[in-house]
Design a protein around this ligand. Structure first.
Ligand code: CP3
Length: 355
């Protein structure tokens, strides 16, 4: 099933135009983790099912994916799922506990690699594509759907460390001790991710985002040598599918040049990056998404509006900017402040010409 979306009949949806650095009536907005626990409507659904059940049940995943579009009026829906979902199909036992994700059978020795296989999304993750299809049905063309996956290095962090970590020292140790095996692991991740993203596009996703949330723990030379090649492989595969690719890397100010070399259409910047100067230097090659510090949303709405206005002034209407945060929304953020952010981006100068 193909789902068509237009902001105004006959024109491309503004987020697709912005990702391709084409002019738009206003810079589009969406937020990482926009489908989440800060919304009472999300918590109501979540009460009925645990997190992985929600990911595996297209009707539930679709319901919470569409919530921020209905409630906040954002310009894109990001599929409700998780970067760790494809790991299950690769042979990992994944659980989400109160303190975060856990992998019961992490890769710790060379022999553990034998049980890590490439997953074919169409046959092994059919519920992901079904969820995208259902989201498209519910949206009926209002805004495009963004598909996503984890970047191979970040997936390897969870696959090796076995859960969240402050310094990912087990992952860095495995890379130091077994560089060839590490590259093999990332290559299998890349093939799985490419398969998953392509299947999400077949389900109706109009653009995709790759999350290298922990890429920034590596120095630039190591990120280029280890994390970048599998990302490039994914970008090449998705270019053939014909959708724009966005790359997010967390803690990434030292990686921006390398991120540009990924071939991604758009870079999603964390809040430590200076977005206007990166737009100045690289705006002819990539669009930029971001990059307000999510914790700014704890501030009073007036402060949020000031910060949005300051970034809008610095961007000065250049094409290729998508409003977003530098990382995800947190569960205890006030919905009124999230709404203030979204509304500020629609009319940053306060001219009253909201589109
Ligand atoms: O709204 C959206 O952005 C779409 C859904 C989405 C989720 N996870 C839902 C989720 C997306 C795009 C992700 C990506 C993801 N998951 C990343 C990359 C982006 C980033 O945040 O850096 C990472 C590293 C993960 C792994 C993950 N999933 C962690 C560390 C946690 C625990 C922390 C937390 O927020 O609870 C999760 C759980 C998770 N993923 C939740 C949601 C809504 C909370 C689950 C719940 O309701 O209990």
């Amino acid at each position: 099933m193909v789902c068509m979306t237009t902001a105004t009949p006959g024109t491309a949806p503004r987020i697709l135009a912005a990702a391709r650095r084409q002019p738009v009536d206003r810079a589009p907005v969406w937020m990482m983790r926009q489908a989440g626990r800060y919304l009472p409507e999300y918590r109501a659904v979540r009460e009925k099912a645990d997190f992985l059940t929600m990911c595996r049940t297209p009707a539930l995943a679709a319901e919470v994916t569409v919530q921020p579009v209905d409630i906040l009026g954002v310009d894109a829906a990001i599929l409700f799922s998780d970067i760790l979902v494809p790991l299950e199909a690769m042979g990992f036992e994944v659980a989400f506990l109160d303190k975060g994700p856990r992998i019961a059978n992490p890769v710790r020795a060379l022999a553990d690699l034998d049980r890590v296989r490439v997953a074919d999304a169409a046959t092994e993750l059919p519920f992901v594509r079904k969820a995208v299809e259902e989201v498209c049905d519910r949206l009926a063309g209002r805004v495009p759907v963004i598909g996503f996956a984890g970047a191979p290095f970040t997936l390897a962090c969870y696959a090796i460390d076995g859960g969240g970590s402050k310094d990912w020292s087990r992952t860095r140790r495995f890379l130091a001790e077994h560089p060839a095996a590490f590259a093999q692991l990332l290559d299998r991740m890349a093939d799985t991710v490419a398969s998953s993203l392509a299947d999400q596009v077949r389900g109706g996703a109009r653009m995709v985002q790759v999350f290298d949330s922990w890429g920034g723990i590596l120095d630039e030379a190591t990120w280029r040598a280890v994390a970048l090649p599998p990302i490039r492989k994914i970008v090449r595969a998705l270019k053939q599918v014909g959708v724009p690719v966005t790359l997010y890397v967390g803690m990434s100010p030292h990686l921006v040049e390398a991120m540009v070399d990924s071939g991604a259409d758009m870079l999603s910047l964390d809040w430590r990056c200076d977005l206007p100067s990166i737009l100045e230097r690289h705006g002819d090659r990539v669009a930029l998404q971001g990059n307000i510090d999510p914790c700014l949303l704890y501030a009073a709405p007036e402060r949020i509006r000031q910060r949005v206005r300051a970034l809008a002034e610095a961007v000065a209407g250049r094409p290729g900017h998508v409003w977003n945060l530098g990382h995800g929304l947190l569960p205890d953020m006030p919905v009124a402040h999230v709404r203030a952010f979204v509304e500020a981006t629609r009319d940053p100068m306060g001219n009253g010409d909201q589109a």
